[in-house]
Design a protein around this ligand. Structure first.
Ligand code: SF4
Length: 370
């Protein structure tokens, strides 16, 4: 590959003229571009797309179970049934858990589980139906594409039918998890039982066709190469060209503790910030880049707002999956804390619902740009 002709200036020129960046540009941004030049370019792109606004939502994560047949090498959350700490909520327990947080003003239930060996597909439909029937005003985002794939396997139904039944029960959108790295060589080593790269993409494509918005992620910092990361972004960009259904891209740094890859060092903060910035520049057709503070830590998530991120995810209440890998963060934060963090970074906090309708702009004390 000849990257001689590529420079920060050539990329700035492309961005100025709205010309799409190539794979080689992406590799240059990752491997050679000056860190602060990269930040400036990504921040300028963020400003073009979302001005001074930074989004967050008030949500509650419901992790139905950690009992999982998949046991991916990078996961600290999954358990066998007999393992200490293994749990599985009944539909009533899931409902009661969600109900207990409704009065705190949540606008989203975020429901994610594991690939449980015994639960039937009807169990998941039941969980969604109960929550939706009682709280129709609260958006339910739930089940990654790999869970949808698993539901199709255990039920014998098509992916389209699984998604349709969940949608009819009240599911509003899909989170972006399970993408890991969209490369089947890597997936077969790390998570051989999960949906393949193409199956993951096809499930999102089908959800988009059914009118459901989804998010997309990338788990990085394990065995993948920089080329894998850039190719992953390009696959997402390609699908987005076809469907327009992705709302946000969420880069997720791998947390090695308590996983089968605990010998790998955690990514550096510089890598985390570079990945946010590169994704902002490469994913020109995905509107939002989310800094998932649970994994990044709040200080890095705050700095990432100057590297192209425009969303700090949600208040969460009690996160379990990343904290199984000893994520060095709180399991949830208050809305006021979120507002304060965004304001102190010089941006306007905007509480949004799951599908990015703005519910409240907290612009007091922040200078609006002309
Ligand atoms: S990442 Fe998900 S599918 Fe893989 S072991 Fe963990 S809970 Fe199971």
């Amino acid at each position: 590959m000849n990257m001689n002709a590529i420079s920060a200036d050539s990329i700035k020129e492309k961005l100025y003229h709205g010309i799409r960046l190539t794979k080689e540009d992406g590799l240059f941004l990752y491997k050679e571009c000056d860190f602060l030049d990269l930040a400036k370019m990504a921040k300028a792109q963020k400003k073009q797309l979302s001005g001074s606004e930074v989004y967050f939502n008030v949500n509650c994560h419901i992790n139905l179970s950690n009992i999982c047949v998949s046991r991916c090498k990078f996961c600290a959350f999954g358990r066998d049934k007999e393992d200490e700490g293994a749990y599985s909520m009944s539909p009533k327990e899931a409902f009661d858990y969600g109900s207990a947080h409704v009065d705190s003003g949540i606008t989203e239930f975020h429901v994610v589980s594991a690939m449980h060996p015994d639960r039937q597909f009807s169990y998941y439909v039941d969980v969604i139906s109960r929550l939706h029937a009682a709280y129709p005003h609260i958006h339910i985002q739930g089940f990654t594409a790999v869970e949808i794939y698993y539901f199709a396997q255990i039920s014998g139904l098509s992916v389209r039918r699984v998604l349709t039944e969940l949608k009819n029960a009240g599911l509003g959108s899909l989170p972006g998890g399970g993408a890991e790295i969209l490369d089947d060589g890597i997936r077969s080593g790390l998570c051989p039982h999960k949906a393949s790269s193409q199956e993951w993409l096809d499930i999102h494509g089908t959800a988009h066709e059914l009118g459901m918005k989804t998010n997309c992620t990338m788990l990085y910092g394990h065995v993948e190469t920089i080329e894998n990361r850039v190719e992953h972004m390009m696959l997402l960009r390609e699908l987005q060209d076809q469907t327009g259904g992705f709302q946000a891209f969420i880069p997720l740094p791998f947390l090695p503790e308590n996983t089968g890859l605990s010998h790998i060092n955690r990514t550096s903060s510089l890598d985390d910030l570079r990945t946010i910035a590169v994704s902002r520049l490469m994913l020109d057709n995905i509107e939002h880049i989310k800094a998932f503070w649970i994994m990044l830590t709040l200080p890095i998530a705050q700095i990432s707002l100057d590297f192209g991120a425009d969303d700090l995810d949600g208040t969460i209440v009690e996160e379990r999956i990343m904290h199984a890998a000893n994520a060095n963060t709180e399991t949830g934060i208050s809305k006021n804390h979120m507002i304060d963090l965004i304001k102190k970074s010089g941006y306007i906090p905007c509480e949004r619902d799951t599908v990015y309708n703005i519910l409240h702009r907290y612009s007091e004390g922040i200078a609006e740009e002309a």
